[in-house]
Ligand binder design. Sequence first.
Ligand code: FES
Length: 133
Amino acid sequence: MYNEKVMEAFKNPQNVGEIEDYSGLGKVGNAACGDIMQITLKIENDVIVDAKFKTFGCAAAIATSSTATQMVIGMTVDEALKLTNKAVVEKLEGLPPQKIHCSVLAEEAIKAAIEDYRNRQKGIVTEKEPEYV
Ligand code: FES
């Protein structure tokens, strides 16, 4: 069902874990299946210098988390906000149609982590429950 690139990202995921002194944390869930993804970002001068994920979810969710974190490291926050699930799926050379929705989690988790980062810069810190997308 999955291509080799997806299987490799699933079996050997990169950037697994949580950044202790993160600049922003995003936690999102898939309302349909209940899977949850958390992404933490370390941001310096508006550039993402590190990204880590913890995903309780399917192979597509894990593969897209790994790939999305790899893609955003080195991006400015504005560039990362433009990262779409489509770009992540393209990087993985495709997902089965019924698994495309899983890739939305990575895009949304990155956006949520950047929103958290921006809120923290304004002194707003909230311990968030997952937002379901
Ligand atoms: Fe839940 Fe893929 S089935 S994220």
